[in-house]
Design a protein around this ligand. Structure first.
Ligand SMILES: [Zn+2]
Ligand SMILES: [Zn+2]
Length: 138
């Protein structure tokens, strides 16, 4: 048993249950529900500032949810979002343009590679008609 400071409110608590105190666990869950609902209802307007202003959730808790990866928002404070693949700053999207292009290209390539396997094998049943015989008529 150990006592830690809650990551959100800073109060000391018994850390057997996690990194945050039981009061904040409850607040985090409430905030999560509120924010998810807001994002669902406002898919085009769910950047960090709008969430705070419209739902009046605690920015501390929102930051915590973002840090834990439970919620993803555009326009996080302190700069743009970062690409999940390479870590480069993006204009709010989860993956930067280069990585997006690469991912799309990789998908196309893997699909191309799968096609011949899935397809039929025409050569097996009908043996090739034209053998190249070496008759030696010279
Ligand atoms: Zn707390
Ligand atoms: Zn990237």
């Amino acid at each position: 048993m150990a006592i830690s400071a809650c990551e959100i409110c800073g109060k000391p608590f018994n850390d057997a249950i996690g990194k945050i105190c039981s009061v904040c666990v409850k607040k985090v869950d409430e905030t999560y529900t509120i924010v998810r609902k807001y994002m669902y209802q406002n898919p085009n307007n769910c950047d960090y500032i709008s969430i705070i202003e419209d739902t009046e959730v605690s920015d501390k808790i929102l930051n915590y949810l973002i840090k834990k990866g439970r919620i993803e928002v555009a326009n996080k404070p302190g700069g743009a979002s970062r690409c999940r693949a390479c870590g480069k700053e993006t204009s709010g999207s989860a993956v930067c343009e280069q990585c997006m292009a690469r991912i799309v290209a990789e998908k196309l390539t893997s699909r191309k590679n799968e096609q011949p396997k899935a397809g039929k094998k025409p050569e097996d049943k009908n043996t090739p008609k034209s053998y190249h015989k070496f008759t030696g008529d010279r």
